[in-house]
Ligand binder design. Structure first.
Ligand code: PLP
Length: 286
């Protein structure tokens, strides 16, 4: 079955899907994106992801490329045409195509939109969730508007590649000794006293949709949560650590920079948060 991408109004074979060389996403990383999990053919937390997309676009003064309703139709159609049951749907909006010039193009320049969907490899997905994964740390060298989900991801790319080359799944950005977040995930620890700690999302990190849902899951399970900065030293001494994102949900972290966390096995709090995630996450209609 051949894959299909939605590009600026057309469904095209994935192998031929392309944007113009003067697309501002290509020239300036002048665009934003969203990644939404697809489970059983339905989007998970579509409402929250679309809310964050609108915020990202507003912050950069890029217009919505179409109504929220029309966008929902395109997302569903892309999932359907690619026969994705379990996987992800990816959406990117840029400031459009215009002669290369740093200034914003004229306001009648339509934003560009691309949507792709792909199935996850079922055999691969649950393994790190069961056995736990490693992270390394890197200095946080990103700009200070990482709360906007832009396609300007070069520091994240370099950090994640460094992780891969070190045999780790993720890299944690550390600033002044404080763990900020991962290259494409939010970062969490569980203290010796059993309190779940994750950094506040007002500035310095992306407010993960999975993070938001997990805070609600923890609340429902009666677990104690503290939204505050935590240091790398606290993480080394933590009982548990884990990462969250739409494509990982919760993956336990059993080593940081080669140091074993807790007893080196996935912990019970990470497991129970993962197990209860879909009780709180919203399933969109097909
Ligand atoms: N932090 C960063 C830097 C990310 O890129 C992502 C996801 O791509 C996340 C956190 C997790 O966000 P979400 O839970 O919405 O997938």
């Amino acid at each position: 079955m051949s894959r299909v991408a939605y590009v600026n109004g057309l469904y095209v074979p994935h192998a031929e899907a392309a944007v113009h060389v003067e697309d501002r996403g290509y020239q300036f990383a002048d665009g934003v994106y969203e990644v939404c999990e697809v489970r059983g053919g339905r989007m998970v937390d579509e409402r929250r992801h679309m809310g964050r997309l609108q915020r990202s676009l507003r912050e950069l003064r890029i217009a919505m490329p179409m109504s929220l309703h029309a966008l929902g139709v395109v997302l569903r159609e892309t999932i359907r045409r690619n026969r994705v049951r379990d996987g992800i749907v990816y959406l990117q909006v840029t400031r459009g195509v215009a002669r290369r010039d740093h200034y914003f193009p004229s306001p009648d320049t339509p934003p560009s939109i691309v949507v792709t969907a792909r199935a996850s490899i079922p055999a691969k997905a649950p393994a790190p969730a069961i056995s736990g994964a490693a992270v390394i740390t890197v200095p946080d060298n990103r700009w200070d508007r990482v709360d906007i989900k832009t396609v300007g991801l070069l520091p994240n790319v370099l950090a994640k590649q460094a992780a891969k080359e070190a045999g780790a799944r993720e890299a944690w950005f550390v600033r002044d000794g404080v763990v900020m977040e991962g290259g494409s995930t939010n970062a969490w620890i569980v203290t010796e006293a059993g309190t779940i700690v994750t950094r506040p999302a007002e500035t310095g990190i992306l407010r993960g949709i999975t993070r938001t849902v997990l805070l609600e899951v923890a609340n429902r399970l009666g677990l104690t949560v503290d939204e505050r900065d935590f240091t790398l030293d606290e993480a080394f001494a933590a009982r548990e650590a884990f990462i969250s994102s739409a494509s990982n949900v919760v993956v336990p972290i059993v080593s940081i920079d080669g140091k074993t966390i807790g007893d080196g096995k996935p912990g019970p709090i990470a497991r129970s948060l993962r197990d209860s995630f879909y009780d709180v996450a919203e399933f969109a209609r097909k």
